[in-house]
Design a protein around this ligand. Sequence first.
Ligand code: SAH
Ligand code: SF4
Ligand code: F3S
Length: 461
Amino acid sequence: MALPELDYKQYICGLKEFFSRTKTTPKAMIVTYGCQQNISDSEIIKGMLKQSGYEFCDSYDKADLVVFNTCAVREHAELRVYGNIGALKPVKKQRPNLKIAVCGCMMQQEQVQKQIKQKYRHVDMVFGPSLIYRFPEMLYKSITENIRIFDRSEHPEIVEGLPVQRADNNKAWVTVMYGCNNFCTYCIVPYLRGRERSRDPQNIINEVKELISCGYKDITLLGQNVNSYGKDLEMDYDFADLLKDLNDLEGDFWLRFVTSHPKDCTKKLIDTMAACDKVCKQLHLPFQSGSDRVLKAMNRNYTFDQYVSLTDYVREKMPDIVLTGDVIVGFPGETDDEFEDTVRLVKRVEFDNLFTFIYSKRSGTPAAIMDNQIDDAVKSWRFDRLLSVLHPISKKKNDAYFGKTVKVFVEGESKTDSNVLCGKTEGGKTVDFMADKSLIGSFVNVRIIECKTWNLIGELI
Ligand code: SAH
Ligand code: SF4
Ligand code: F3S
């Protein structure tokens, strides 16, 4: 059923009253898959639930509500979701009052909603990413009327001011734009997240100002392609203008952003990055392939040479830049030689690190019906070969830090050893070092004494 448009705040109040009347403190567990955008959406879901009276837990057994925020970018991600939803069937049987909501990109697909409706009858609520603001409404109705709700409608207008329960006190994500217009032929995202919509710059500036005043020090601006920020606004204002305005805000903080598309990465943006002291010298610039033919078939709108000149310009302006990217191996029709062009690009650009992906067929995208889908064994071989080329480059890039003193933002204890602190450099490199825990949340200077492939070891100055 589709729900009528109503103010979400009224349902947050309704839920709160319901729980206070029934003298219960419900517990919610949120499971998030996918990219930073989903992680950020989950913080909003948590914010709304907290205001509605929920506390949070991390086990199915304790939960009164389980929310799966899903990703559809690769098949593997989807299969995991089905597996985890399926695992809740016996739990729901034992505790029929348990509510299960499934949202996120995967749920914007018609066939997925259909499948869940029919085969996963223990699921109560299903909706896509643009309907997050209506979650309190769905939850209220599901609890008070005990109905199942499936909603695929899209709500392109940006809803400002939703409550956020941030996972961290020092690091924060700020979405600057939603959706994507690029339609890379392998990618499902534009079909699920809709067209590009930029937030009003003043709203972003106010949010960042508020974060800085609350002590946030490491702020990442989010969007599928932040470089096209502003194109849909009725004003002459682009992403570089936004960066500059945010950089001008008072305070000691770092600004980062993901993700950039090479076709929209202008010299103005690079010059602005170079000139803004609070904008981290870190650029994530997915290239996907090094073959001009494959790039064309992917609808990426740049060539090997254009990508290389762009990264040369970036390095000329910011010699210390940490450069990363995304790459796909095994796109339909990719020949051995074309794959070697990708290897050549990786060697030429010398990335600090890469997110490497094996092509996954996404039904509904143009690439899914292309001839010459590549054999799994070939894809795996190419994937391994690419990593074997990348790893020594990553190590070499890290080796260059040996003996240097770098500014580090102290994030917390190291995951592997609670006696060691873990921080990030401006370029986003992980540094482990011994120091007092009171330094968590501040900037310190660290001298690098050991360089590994994935992290740096340092000593506090
Ligand atoms: N908007 C961002 C991120 C999109 S999804 C960008 O354009 O960079 C993150 C990455 O997943 C993409 O960059 C791409 O490398 C990878 N990806 C997307 N669709 C894929 C598919 N069908 N198979 C394998 N990898 C894919
Ligand atoms: Fe997908 Fe391309 Fe858009 Fe990124 S830019 S979300 S890869 S269509
Ligand atoms: Fe996945 Fe959606 Fe992000 S498909 S990668 S969660 S935009």
